[in-house]
Design a protein around this ligand. Structure first.
Ligand SMILES: [Zn+2]
Length: 672
């Protein structure tokens, strides 16, 4: 969805399988994680995390393993306990418990799933086989979209960029099986090799579905050819960070003119979209490319393409041979994990994805204390105050733009913990012996829920993450910051520890999200969430110069042999990291005053930086690093730590670093 391209979260975790080692070693902030042999001024990340990294090798079923994943593991254990109980078919279960319990039970029933084979997909395969005319493509794509199968493009709803009070229909690029369009277009050895492996994977999936090796091979080539055409028509991920580049408001007739070969009226009817006229298209060129593809591709090739996406999309809930093959490519090849995660963890994730607020409601009741909200709110206010002071003191910004920035800051609202109103899934039929069907029906509910918003007032209380999620986000169109209950725990937030540690943890996260309102993307939206310029041209130029410094700094970091961070893709996150740590430190110093004492031999400033560094302690496989750098707007953890501290004189003072040491560079970058 277009909207999600814009949610600026703190953690890269969502893109990766997160799940976890059996023994979460350290729950709280712990000075024993420090590598005392390392010099904090040479490599602060190694100093803060060295012992943790030695003691916490990446588990076989993980692509990366860090403090975020440790906490996620603890949350998952809590969710498992809830689901194990809910899954017992005892009389008297309330309807929400029955839904999540039966969904989970169906997912866990590997034996039953194996026995049913591909039968749960038969009706869909039949429909695809019976397509007899290209005029029917639109209705079939609508059907696939409704049941959550990616195909050709994406259709949903979202706030209008230039009128955030309106919800409009949105059309976006999509329909590929590799993680990003660049995977189809780059010519380096690794990319060519990955494409060969993808082809082999698609072929094996068709073979498992009963095709001969020759037919399956030809099918895989068809899929690759069609997806490559879609990739060529797609915008790259750096362009997609620019809201102006993906905002093309149109009428239905304009869309029809872009792609006249597609039966749009049949599509909207099949998708069960409400009546509407206004529609925002992310990339008109993409829909022109689709038009060419519809004209040039045979009906038989379309059948192959749909068949692949159906198999691919449902693979995790198909018989174990499909699950294994899906893991071989998307797990082992793309992320470097050597083992599949245990089934219960995958099923907890599916339940969280599809019935998230039903499961989340129980999770919150069992884990989130009454005081959690209040304490977090206090910190949010301390951070907002510090960011206000930071804006007022900024040396490079004129009074006019400062005033605008302060108005925007004041307008930011926050949501903490969990929704005030829980989503009602009662219309979703869940059956204990139908994992695939449950998935289709839950996806259908979500697809319809999104379309039903078109033309309705914006629901400002809605959440885009579920309560157990270990992450947080800023939404530029809502101009709000959001902190799920899942992250409001150690090591981020610990009611039993000193302020320095909490400000370095959850304080940094709050500062990060607030700063997103003022990064290269967020700054283009006004206090009401409209894409509207409130900067003087001179201040905008000053901003861009400072942002270019951050871009260059991170682009110079090497994460794996021959692999550099993409400074432009990660600019917003890096800006938020730098601003977030700075305002969190300001808020800490405002809170504790001057008389705070050393603890464990460290000053409050040192403990603040150590706490910040340690929430990012994380090991990552090279494959996963490559995937992250190619697709994810967050820098890898080590650089999120060292990239920030080398820009901060406060850090250099705290650890007595000398000018010229790696963490005390002469050329520091500062935006906020
Ligand atoms: Zn972020």
């Amino acid at each position: 969805m277009l909207k999600n391209a814009f949610l600026a979260s703190v953690c890269a975790c969502a893109t990766f399988a997160q799940s976890p080692a059996p023994n979460a070693s350290m729950v709280r902030f712990d000075v024993k994680a420090i590598d005392k042999a390392a010099n904090p001024c040479q490599d602060f990340y190694q100093y803060a995390c060295g012992n943790w990294l030695t003691r916490n090798p990446i588990p076989a079923d993980q692509a990366r393993w860090g403090r975020f994943q440790e906490l996620d593991e603890r949350n998952k254990q809590a969710l498992r306990a809830i689901l194990d109980t809910a899954a017992k078919p005892e009389p008297g279960r309330d309807s929400v418990t029955r839904q999540i319990g039966d969904y989970y039970a169906a997912c866990m029933d590997e034996k039953g799933i194996d026995a049913r084979g591909l039968a749960p997909l038969q009706a869909e395969f039949d429909r695809i086989r019976q397509l007899s005319d290209k005029a029917q493509l639109a209705a079939e794509i609508a059907r696939l979209h409704r049941i959550g199968v990616a195909s050709l493009f994406e259709f949903s709803s979202g706030q209008d960029f230039k009128d955030s009070t309106k919800v409009v229909a949105q059309l976006d690029q999509g329909g590929i099986g590799l993680p990003d369009r660049d995977y189809y277009l780059k010519d380096d050895r690794k990319s060519v090799e990955l494409r060969q492996k993808y082809l082999a994977h698609v072929q094996r999936m068709f073979e498992l579905a009963g095709r001969t090796p020759e037919t399956a091979k030809a099918y895989a080539a068809t899929v690759m050819r069609m997806e490559t055409e879609l990739a060529k028509g797609s915008l790259d991920n750096v362009s997609r960070r620019d809201p102006e580049k993906i905002y093309h408001p149109m009428k239905k007739a304009d869309v029809a003119a872009l792609a006249p070969a597609f039966q749009w009226a049949e599509y909207y009817a099949g998708a069960r979209a409400p009546d509407f006229q206004a529609i925002v298209v992310s990339s008109p060129e993409f829909f022109q490319a689709i038009d060419r593809q519809i004209q040039d591709t045979t009906l038989e090739d379309w059948r192959v393409y749909f068949g692949w996406h159906l198999l691919h999309s449902e693979a995790p809930l198909l018989p174990s041979v499909f699950v294994q093959e899906n893991f071989e490519f998307y797990g082992r090849t793309l992320t470097g994990a050597t083992e599949m995660r245990p089934r219960w963890k995958r099923c907890v994730d599916f339940t969280d994805n599809q019935l998230g607020e039903a499961l989340g409601k129980t999770y919150v009741e069992k884990t989130f204390g009454a005081t959690g909200k209040e304490r977090t709110l206090k910190m949010v206010h301390a951070l907002e105050k510090a960011l206000g002071e930071d804006i007022e003191k900024l040396p490079w910004m004129t009074a006019t733009t400062k005033k605008g920035a302060l108005i925007k800051l004041q307008a930011i609202t926050n949501k903490i913990g969990y929704p005030d109103h829980w989503r009602d899934y009662s219309s979703v039929e869940i059956q204990r012996d139908d994992a695939i069907g449950n998935g289709f029906r839950a996806d259908q509910y979500e697809f319809q829920r999104q379309l039903n918003k078109i033309g309705k007032p914006v629901d400002r209380l809605e959440w885009s993450m579920t309560p157990p999620t270990v992450n947080a986000y800023y939404d530029p169109q809502m101009n709000n910051i959001n902190f799920p209950a899942g992250i409001l725990q150690p090591p981020f937030f610990d009611s039993a520890i000193d302020d320095a540690v909490n400000f370095g943890g959850i304080g940094m996260v709050i500062g990060h999200e607030l700063t997103h309102g003022f990064d290269d993307q967020g700054r283009q939206f006004d206090p009401k969430g409209n894409l509207q310029d409130w900067w003087t041209p001179a201040d905008a130029k000053e901003f861009q110069q400072r942002a270019a410094c951050v871009d260059d700094e991170y682009a110079s970091f090497t994460v794996a042999p021959g692999v550099h961070i993409n400074g432009k893709l990660t600019l917003g996150e890096n800006t938020a990291d730098n601003g977030g740590v700075r305002v969190a430190l300001m808020a800490l110093l405002n809170t504790i005053g001057k008389e705070a004492k050393k603890i464990d031999g460290f000053t409050p400033e040192q403990r603040f930086f150590l706490s910040f560094g340690q929430v990012w302690c994380s090991g990552e496989r090279e494959e996963s690093l490559r995937l992250q750098v190619a697709t994810n707007p967050h820098s890898p953890p080590k650089f999120r730590v060292n990239g920030v501290v080398q820009n901060m004189p406060e850090f250099q003072k705290a650890f007595s670093c000398k000018a010229g040491q790696p963490m005390a560079k002469a050329n520091v970058c500062r935006v906020w």
